[in-house]
Design a protein around this ligand. Structure first.
Ligand code: PLP
Length: 401
C-alpha cells in the first residue's frame, strides 16, 4: 500500500479520535531518523512523544525484545516472571522507591497511583480520599485520570466524572493550602507539565509541597509519565528538586516503545496493594519487562542521562538565541531534552510543525502555541544544529510574509 491508500483505509475504518493526522506513514527508523513509505528521511525531535528514548533500532533494545519474544511473550501474572522481578529491582535500586507495580499506559499507572493512595488511608481506617491536582495538567484519559486532569476541554464531553478531585492553579502553594482538609489523601503533579506546554514547577514550590505533605499527612504523587527515564537530564525529574515523593508513575520512555508503565512507591504506602486489590492481565509481561530492562540498563550504561543534560543545555541555549532574533518567540522552557518554545498567538505553531515536517523535521505543538521538542536521548549535537538552522530559515520565511 502507498501512503494515500493507507490514509484512505484509516479514514474509513479507524475511529477518528486523532482528527487529520500528519499525512506521513513511517516505514522504519534508525537512531534518530525515521523514513517514510517513499523513503524520505525525517530527523525526529518528538521521539513518539517522549517515548523512543533509545531512538530506533538500538541493538540492545532489539536484541532484548527478539530474545524474549522467541522464548516467551506472555504467561499471566498468576506466575512469577523473571524479567518483571528484575525490572522492578532495577527501578527500586535507582529511585526513592521500595516496590513497583507494572501496567500498560500512563493513564493506567496514574489510576493505580490514585487507588494506592486511597487504599493506604482506608486501610488505616481514615476517610482520606480527595486528590489535589493542578490546572493545565494532563494525567490521562480514563474517567478517573480525566477527573485528575486540570483541563476542562477534555472533561466536558464525559461528565459526570468520578468525584474527589480538586484542581488548583499550578505553582501556587497558597491555593493548595486553601483546599486541603482532613479528607485530602494526595497531591498529584507533573514537575514539568508536558501536554500543558512544557511548564516547569518552581523549585521552592515543590520543596514546600513536600513539607506540606509531611505536615498534613498527605501523599505526594509525582506523575513522571513524560518526565521520567532520563528525559529531563536526571533519571527522574523529582531528583532535580531534592525531594522524596511517596509515589511516582512512569510510562512513555520505560519500554522505549513497547507498552509498559509503572507505579513506584515507598513503604509503607506500597504495601497497601495487597492480594486482590489491584491487577492487570498484560501489565509487566515478560516481553514488556525485557524491553524495559534493556532501556533502563542502556540509559545507565551508555551515560545517556548526562548526555541528555549536556545536550539539553546546548539545545536550550540555541533556542534562546533564536528567541533573541525573533520577537514572536515568547519563552523557552524545560529541562534536558524536554524543551518548549512558546510562540506569540500571531504565529501558528501548527503551521510551523507542518512546514518543518515538509522539510524533514518532526516537532510538535502543544499547550498554548508551544513548540515541543522531546527527541530520542541519542540525538546528536549535529542534528540539533541542523534543526536550529531549519527553524531559523522557517522563522525568517514567516517573518517576511
Ligand atoms: C504527564 C502525563 N501523564 C499521563 C499521560 C497519559 O499517558 P497514556 O497516554 O500512556 O495513557 C500522559 C500522556 O501524554 C502524560 O504526558
Amino acid at each position: 500500500m502507498n501512503t494515500q491508500d493507507i490514509i484512505a483505509l484509516d479514514k474509513k475504518y479507524y475511529m477518528n479520535t486523532f482528527g487529520d493526522r500528519l499525512p506521513v506513514v513511517f516505514e522504519y527508523g534508525h537512531k534518530s531518523t525515521l523514513y517514510d513509505k517513499e523513503g524520505k528521511a525525517y530527523t525526529d525531535f518528538l521521539g513518539g512523544i517522549a517515548v523512543n528514548v533509545l531512538g530506533y533500532g538500538h541493538p540492545n533494545h532489539i536484541e532484548a525484545i527478539l530474545t524474549q519474544a522467541k522464548k516467551l511473550i506472555h504467561c499471566s501474572n498468576l506466575f512469577y516472571i523473571e524479567s518483571q522481578a528484575e525490572l522492578a529491582r532495577l527501578l527500586v535500586q535507582n529511585s526513592f522507591g521500595d516496590r513497583v507495580f507494572f501496567a500498560n499506559s500512563g493513564a493506567e499507572a496514574n489510576e493505580g497511583a490514585i487507588k494506592l493512595a486511597r487504599k493506604y488511608f482506608r486501610d488505616m481506617g481514615m476517610n482520606k480520599y480527595k486528590i489535589i491536582t493542578t490546572d493545565n495538567s494532563f494525567h490521562g484519559r480514563t474517567l478517573t485520570t480525566l477527573a485528575a486532569t486540570g483541563q476542562k476541554k477534555y472533561q466536558i464531553p464525559f461528565l459526570p466524572l468520578p468525584p474527589g478531585f480538586i484542581t488548583v492553579p499550578f505553582n501556587d502553594l497558597e491555593a493548595i493550602k486553601k483546599v486541603i482538609d482532613d479528607e485530602t489523601c494526595a497531591i498529584m503533579i507533573e514537575l514539568i507539565q508536558g501536554e500543558g506546554g512544557i511548564i516547569e514547577a518552581d523549585y521552592e514550590y515543590v520543596k514546600s509541597l513536600e513539607k506540606l505533605c509531611r505536615e498534613r499527612e498527605i501523599l505526594l504523587i509525582i506523575d513522571e509519565v513524560q518526565t521520567g527515564m532520563g528525559r529531563t537530564g536526571k533519571l527522574f525529574a523529582y531528583q532535580h528538586y531534592d525531594i522524596l515523593p511517596d509515589i511516582i508513575t512512569l510510562a512513555k520512555g520505560l519500554g522505549g516503545g513497547v507498552p509498559i508503565s509503572a507505579v513506584i512507591a515507598r513503604e509503607p504506602v506500597a504495601s497497601a496493594f495487597d492480594p486482590g486489590s489491584h491487577g492487570s492481565t498484560f501489565g509487566g509481561n515478560p516481553l514488556a519487562c525485557s524491553a524495559g530492562i534493556a532501556v533502563l540498563s542502556t540509559i545507565l550504561d551508555e551515560g545517556l542521562i548526562d548526555r541528555c543534560a549536556g545536550l539539553g543545555d546546548y539545545f536550550k541555549a540555541k533556542l534562546n538565541a533564536l528567541k533573541d532574533m525573533y520577537g514572536f518567540i515568547k519563552e523557552i522552557r524545560g529541562k534536558g531534552l524536554m524543551l518548549g518554545m512558546e510562540l506569540d498567538p500571531s504565529v501558528s505553531g501548527k503551521e510551523i510543525v507542518n512546514i518543518a515536517l515538509s522539510r524533514g523535521y518532526i516537532i510538535n505543538c502543544t499547550g498554548c502555541n508551544t513548540l515541543r521538542f522531546a527527541p530520542p536521548l541519542v540525538i546528536t549535537q549535529e542534528e540539533i544544529d541542523k534543526l536550529i538552522c531549519e527553524l531559523d530559515s522557517i522563522f525568517n520565511d514567516i517573518s517576511e510574509v
